[in-house]
Design a protein around this ligand. Structure first.
Ligand code: MEV
Length: 420
């Protein structure tokens, strides 16, 4: 958390100046930010133990999204991704939301589901009842598998049993509902599910095959809403067209896939920066969007003042303890920049970025299209690559776009003109 995430003109600074500014506003020192300032210096021995057959590392650009206010607190948001415009778009949308209070986020708690698949059950309905009769004992046994989680206030909370039809016959699915606190929780719930399996076999008379978490984390939702100022958006017609663009996604899966992809542009970038499992988040998001027919993760309405009100509801299985978040030096630095204390707080921020990203995309698509902004940013990068600094970047970028010649060689010529 920072006092003020606006950092106006941040994008105009050189990279070194941005780092200095970041240190100034977060109070972090060079040693805290070293892994992301000098990613080449990250100890490969650390990475070597994260996966198998390691030969090197893949680095992504890491940018900082500005202007975010979530539940009244300002945050600077690290985003790791390869796609231009995303960080700028998120920052721009957050600017339009902060005028009217920023993002308001709530959650349903850090609750994961683990599934135990049982086949060849002679009397599935009676077996279901037998499991529920033994619920307390089963939950107690599950909790004995993870005393640390229980000590931190988490643990197995509930059980549910479903009988499902499949192409190979009926199956009994026992689902363990676990509060995983600040962990993403995959290890905790998988361990519990594996430990419970023999007891479930005994109670049901069937045979257990799979014991694994579900990424459709429907009990681990984050809900965010924000009001975007109509004037900053570009007026009432833009508000109308954004709502119509969103309605297109609601009505058509071909459009909706791209619409939700735009949401995930922002979400994945923060998930990756903080060392979380972006495949789990992707799986959760798209499967949740498919419940009842594939649809938009966001919704848009107009309030009585004509402002645009956006909301998002999305599973958010992210953690702060364990996994790459604790091991990877860049992820640790990113968590420090965010200043978050709990996984739920991190989830609130990530879902807010998703909403901001979606609003920015819809606004661009419903007005000038995305290519103009894209080219303007690209031109800035080209100007910077050619050696332009500070105000020179804007002047040269504007000329490049005007001349429809966004090339480093031309940027160098223009820089020569300016400096001589
Ligand atoms: C591009 O990465 C994302 C967008 O296509 C999202 C959208 O169409 O809503 C711009």
């Amino acid at each position: 958390m920072v006092e003020d995430s606006k950092l106006s003109g941040f994008f105009k600074l050189s990279r070194d100046e941005r780092v200095k500014k970041l240190m100034e506003v977060t109070g972090l020192g060079e040693e805290d930010l070293e892994p992301l300032i000098n990613p080449g210096k990250v100890d490969l021995d650390i990475l070597d133990h994260m996966i198998e057959n390691v030969v090197g590392a893949m680095t992504l650009p890491l940018g900082i999204a500005t202007n975010f206010k979530v539940n009244g607190k300002d945050y600077l948001i690290p985003m790791a991704l390869e796609e231009p415009s995303v960080v700028a778009a998120a920052s721009n949308a957050a600017r339009m939301a902060r005028e009217l209070g920023g993002f308001t986020a709530t959650d349903t708690g850090p609750i994961m589901i683990a599934q135990i698949q049982v086949v060849e059950v002679p009397t599935p309905h009676a077996a279901k009842n037998r499991i529920m009769e033994n619920k307390e004992e089963l939950l107690k046994f599950a909790n004995e598998q993870d005393p640390i989680l229980v000590r931190f206030g988490g643990g197995a909370r509930d059980l549910r049993v479903r009988i499902i039809e499949s192409s190979v016959g009926e199956m009994l699915v026992t689902e363990l509902i676990v509060d995983t606190r600040d962990a993403m929780g995959a290890n905790a719930v998988n361990t519990m599910a594996e430990a419970l399996a023999p007891r479930i076999e005994k109670l049901t008379g069937g045979r257990v095959i799979l014991r694994i978490l579900s990424n459709l984390a429907e009990f681990r939702l984050v809900r965010v809403r924000a009001t975007f100022d109509k004037e900053l958006l570009g007026g009432e017609e833009v508000v109308r067209d954004i709502i119509t663009a969103w309605a297109f996604a609601e009505a058509d899966p071909y459009r909706c896939a791209t619409h939700n992809k735009g949401i995930m542009n922002g979400i994945d970038a923060v998930v990756i920066a903080t060392g979380n499992d972006f495949r789990a988040i992707e799986a959760g998001a798209h499967s949740y969007a498919s419940v009842g027919g594939y649809s938009s993760l966001t919704k848009y309405e107009r309030d009585i003042d004509g402002n645009l009100v956006g909301s998002i509801e999305i599973p958010m299985a992210v953690g702060l303890v364990g996994g790459a978040t604790k091991v990877h030096p860049v992820a640790r630095a990113c968590v420090k920049i965010l200043g978050v204390k709990t996984a739920l707080e991190l989830g609130h921020i990530i879902a807010s970025v998703g909403l901001a990203q979606n609003l920015a995309a819809l606004r661009a698509l419903a007005s000038e299209g995305i290519q103009k902004g894209h080219m303007a940013l690209h031109a800035r990068n080209v100007a910077a690559t050619a050696g332009a600094r500070g105000d020179q970047i804007d002047v040269i970028a504007e000329r490049l776009v005007m001349e429809k010649n966004v090339k480093v060689e031309r940027a160098k010529e223009l820089l020569d003109e300016i400096t001589n």
